[in-house]
Each structure stands twice: as C-alpha cells, then as structure tokens.
Design a protein around this ligand. Sequence first.
Ligand SMILES: Nc1ncnc2c1ncn2[C@@H]1O[C@H](COP(=O)(O)OP(=O)(O)OP(=O)(O)O)[C@@H](O)[C@H]1O
Ligand SMILES: O=C(O)C1=C[C@@H](O)[C@@H](O)[C@H](O)C1
Length: 285
Amino acid sequence: MESMGGGSALQFRVGQPKLFGFNHKCKKEHSLQLIDLNDLKLKTHTNFKLVLSHCHKDSQTPILQSGNFGASFDENWLLKTKGKEVASCLNGRNIYLVGMMGSGKTTVGKILSESLSYSFNDSDDYVEQAMGGTSVAQIFKQGGESFFREYETEALQKLSMMPRQVVATGGGAVIRSINWRYMRQGITVFLDVPLDALARRIAAVGTDTRPLLHFDSGDAYTKAFMRLLTLSKKRSEAYANADATVSLLTLAACLQLEDVLDITPTAIATEVLVQIEKYLRDNNR
Ligand SMILES: Nc1ncnc2c1ncn2[C@@H]1O[C@H](COP(=O)(O)OP(=O)(O)OP(=O)(O)O)[C@@H](O)[C@H]1O
Ligand SMILES: O=C(O)C1=C[C@@H](O)[C@@H](O)[C@H](O)C1
C-alpha cells in the first residue's frame, strides 16, 4: 500500500519476504517508511517494533526517527539480533563467502563475523602470511596461478579445522573441487553481484592487487568488465554450488535502491544471515 502527495510518500511494505532493513539513502524528496520486521522471527514478540523514519533528499541519514535512533543504529540492531539468532543454530560451523573479485566478501565478512561473535579470516591473507608476507600479486608473478592455487587449497584446509569463523575466500577458490571438500564442512554463501557493478568498483580502485584483472592500458571499466565476463562464464556453475546465495539485484529491489552499489555492507551481511537461516531451515541442518 502506498500513498503519495505533495512530494512525500508514505509507504507500507508489509509481508515482503526478504524485507528487513532501511533505505537510508532515500531517493525521494521526503519519504516515510514503515518497515515490517516480521521476517526477523524474534524469539519473543515483545521485542517487535515498527520503526518510523523520515529523511530528506540531501541527507545521508534520516532526520526524524522513532526514538532517537539513527538509521545506522537500526541497521546494526537488526544485524546484531539476527546474528545472535543464527549463531545459536550454527553449532560453531564456519561460514565461507564465495564470489567474484570485488564482490565484498572481505568487507561483508568482517561485519558478519562480528554479528555472529565469530573470528574473521581472509584466505588470500592466509596465503600471504604462509608465504612470509609475499603479496598475492607477487605470488602470481613468481609462480603463476597454479602455484597460488596450491597454497590457497592448503589455506582452506587449515581454516576448515578451526571452528567459529567467517572466511572470505579468494574469487577463484570455487574452481577446485578439493576446496569444496573443505568448505562443505561449513556453510557456503555466494555473494552474487552484477558484473557491471563489479567492473565499476574495480575500475575505481584499480587492479594492482588483482593479478587476473590487471591490464596495461585502455579504458579501465571496459577491460575490467571483459575480464570479469570471461572469468564469470567459467565460474558461474561453481558459484551456484554454494548452499545459499545473496543476490544484490534482488536485495536492491527489496530496498528500493536503483544501484546495487548503494547497498550498505551491513544490509548485505543481514541478508547473508537471512539466507543462511533459510538454508538451515529448508535442509533441517
Ligand atoms: N557494500 C559495499 N558498499 C561500499 N563499498 C563496498 C561494499 N562492499 C565492498 N566495497 C568496496 O569494494 C571493494 C572490494 O571489496 P572487498 O575487498 O570486500 O571484495 P572481495 O570480494 O573481498 O574482493 P577480492 O576477492 O578481490 O579480495 C573494497 O574497496 C570495498 O571497500
Ligand atoms: O578470482 C580470482 O581468481 C582471484 C581472486 C583474488 O581473491 C585472489 O585470490 C587472486 O587474485 C585470484
């Protein structure tokens, strides 16, 4: 149900299956949002609250809210609440985030680990440490991709022996079946980000640390996009093996955001928890 008038919109969004958070970058001039927290499945209904927020087009954060809570507080509250709930179902199983380079595995993984009171590890960092601090780019240069992949497998094997961790895996970890043997001991989640968004992100930060995307000259966006397209064709089937998927396109639509790059890492981490919970429920795990 939606009522519009005089440049402001009052929106009731009730019963949408995956709606859990806020659009804290409101696109409309004035927008009032009532958000149904039904999907949170809080243990007691006394914890339920409907949050009313109001934001202005020039403001990054709402200027009027129920109570004095800022939007980021509410986002964090939702994440924390869901994190506690999911942690109690995980029995210490690790979470492995898989996805293309730049899809946000590290950024989202760190936030996710905090919400679960887990530790965080990045398999690329783990390989670098095992190699005495040599960077991934340097390892590729010295030994080639297959040399790096051996160390990556070793890293995943070691990480799989340590419980209560969120692991951000390297973008190509999914291509080796032996890696799945280790990751399957926990729960795997694919961060599905459209290639166009990845290329924009990567073109903005550069490719120095990402040897498979490094290029000598030319338009950064187009070259990144073309390389990502080639890699993604080879990998899409492997990513689909993950236990759960978080589609940023779907999430952006739920949050009424035009650009997937506007979704906050906290909102993505919360959606990861929602999808893990769904996976556990659907598979009686
Ligand atoms: N939701 C987000 N909002 C804004 N910036 C983000 C978001 N997610 C990731 N980023 C930025 O995008 C870049 C890539 O993110 P990140 O390093 O987390 O990806 P990754 O999947 O771990 O990449 P790789 O596999 O190459 O290590 C970083 O500069 C990060 O700050
Ligand atoms: O997608 C890939 O194959 C890679 C992604 C990075 O995380 C690193 O693991 C390395 O640059 C290779």
